[in-house]
Design a protein around this ligand. Structure first.
Ligand code: NAP
Length: 482
């Protein structure tokens, strides 16, 4: 049996787990125990990184014995059945007061279920969203832990030591209880989908509108990255557009198959939003845009569908590019606003006390959606913690006011020229929907009452009403059936 020397352990040593273990080992005061189902990965990591001083374990028993109490282990395995298998194994060898952390991409409802089951054994279970891909895991990710206050006491200092640092603050906070961390990570990924789709639409419009090459558009994105759009995704977009394919000499973006993949977290964000009744239209369009791209059989038979006679003609490329930039910025504000709305609604539904300003701060570093303007979101929630709609904060009102002319021109131009810009268009529709003094929802209520006696409310008096549509069409008071 090994001596208990490690203050933290990692189970699952594929790319994320091994990088996270190395990150942990590189921080002062940490000794890291490691375990992987297939032992060769453990051996390989120990040999490849002797500087880390890993404490390898061949069995779960050995792993538990190598950890000081309270034992703390981070699971980084394939989400789903793999996570359940590892939890079961750890519960068998851990004791009450120990802490099991799932750092994988679990669905938050699974985390709620697992936390409840593990808590019954006296062991703490923490679902922690970890963002930043393999580089983030190694150098400093953004970490979104849920779980109990008790586990945060032990876990907090360890996670703070490995998280990214933004403006002097570690990108980790105790988000809330049980599934709160994985919920917030899920919405982070949903916003990531929207951000990426918006950038892709901006690229497409600039390319078709100005005829610039991908390398020239890379320069546009690099320039944008010096202003209010500064973010990791804009930065890597420039890198991808500049890349030349070694085999053909063409821009890499032109030889990559135009069918976008997805691992499901965007869809979870939308499914959850549908359940909560939160309109995350920008995120949904981004998820659907990937789905549309990935149906070659449908796209092939649709290629001859009629389109506009006129293509896109741009007379002033610089002005057009500035319009695209502002349309992107405005749509991005909408996507983030919708994402934060979903977190607020989730917190209300699941009884989590989530500090939205703190969430925006921990996304400033380490994660894929890290961006300069997250500071503005933190400011907005700092000033008004219960802000009902993020985009009504003064800073965003000004930005949207400045951008809306460009935003409208770009959506009109795209529609007129037959260029798909679903995320740009739906963000604008959402914005106008929020602004509208009256919505045609009144007519929808009338229709619902007509065919289903679903009742309606009136603007001029309290109560619930139904019109006797198949009778004499007089109105009666009714029970509220929605
Ligand atoms: N890749 C990313 O950029 C990224 C970013 C954020 C979060 N994540 C999440 O981080 C987690 C790890 O991701 P990854 O890409 O490093 O690895 P992965 O490919 O998702 O999973 C491979 C790891 O899971 C282990 N595993 C699978 N089933 C198991 C089981 N039944 N029992 C024990 N171990 C099992 C594998 O062990 P064997 O070696 O024995 O097969 C291996 O260590 C996932 O939940 C992923 O969603 C990934």
């Amino acid at each position: 049996m090994s001596e208990s020397v490690a203050n933290i352990g990692v189970v699952g040593l594929a790319v994320m787990g091994s990088n996270l273990a190395r990150n942990l080992a590189s921080r002062e005061g940490n000794t890291v125990a490691i375990f992987n189902r297939s032992h060769d990965k453990t051996d390989h990591l120990v040999q490849a990184h002797p500087e880390a001083g890993f404490v390898p374990a061949a069995t779960y028993e050995e792993f538990a014995a190598s950890l000081t109490k309270p034992r703390t282990a981070i699971i980084m395995v394939k989400a789903g059945a793999g996570t359940d298998a590892v939890i079961d194994a750890l519960v068998d060898v851990f004791e009450p007061g120990d802490i099991i952390v799932d750092g994988g991409n679990a669905l938050f409802t699974d985390t709620i279920r697992r936390e409840k089951a593990v808590r019954e054994t006296g062991i703490n279970f923490v679902g922690a969203g970890i963002s930043g891909g393999e580089e983030g895991a190694l150098l400093g990710p953004s970490i979104m832990p849920g779980g109990s206050d008790e586990s945060w006491v032990t876990l907090g200092p360890i996670l703070k030591s490995i998280a990214a640092v933004a403006e002097g603050e570690p990108c980790v906070t105790h988000v809330g209880h049980d599934g709160a961390g994985h919920f917030v990570k899920m919405v982070h990924n949903g916003i990531e989908y929207a951000d990426m789709q918006l950038i892709a639409e901006a690229y497409d419009l600039i390319r078709r509108g100005t005829g610039k090459t991908p390398a020239e558009i890379a320069d546009v994105f690099a320039e944008w990255n010096r202003g209010e759009l500064e973010s990791y995704l804009i930065e890597i977009t420039a890198e991808v557009l500049r890349q030349v394919d070694a085999e053909t000499g063409k821009p890499l973006v032109d030889v990559i198959l135009d069918q976008a993949g997805a691992k499901g977290t965007g869809a979870w964000t939308v499914q959850t939003a549908l359940n909560l009744g939160v309109p995350v239209s920008g995120i949904a369009e981004a998820v659907f845009a990937r789905s549309l791209s990935s149906h070659p059989e449908q796209r092939e038979v649709s290629g001859d569908l009629p389109g506009p006679v006129e293509g896109l003609t741009v007379t002033d490329p610089d002005a057009f590019i500035e319009d695209v930039r502002l349309a992107l910025y405005a749509s991005k504000i909408v996507a983030y606003s919708q994402g934060f709305d979903e977190i607020r609604a989730g917190a209300a539904e699941y009884d989590w006390n989530i500090d939205l300003g703190a969430v925006s701060k921990i996304w400033r570093g380490g994660c894929i959606i890290r961006a300069q303007f997250l500071n503005r979101i933190a400011d907005a929630y700092g000033q008004t913690p219960d802000l009902p709609v993020l985009l009504t904060a003064p800073y965003f009102v000004e930005a949207l006011g400045r951008a809306q002319g460009s935003w409208r021109r770009i959506v009109q131009t795209a529609a007129g020229a037959g260029i798909p810009a679903p995320a740009f268009s739906s963000s604008l529709s959402y914005y106008d929907g929020l602004r509208a003094e009256r919505l045609p929802a009144a007519l929808v209520q009338g229709q619902r009452d007509f065919f289903g006696a679903h009742t309606y409310k009136r603007i001029d008096k309290p109560g619930t009403f139904h019109t006797l549509w198949s009778g004499d069409r007089t109105e009666i008071e009714a029970e509220d059936t929605h």
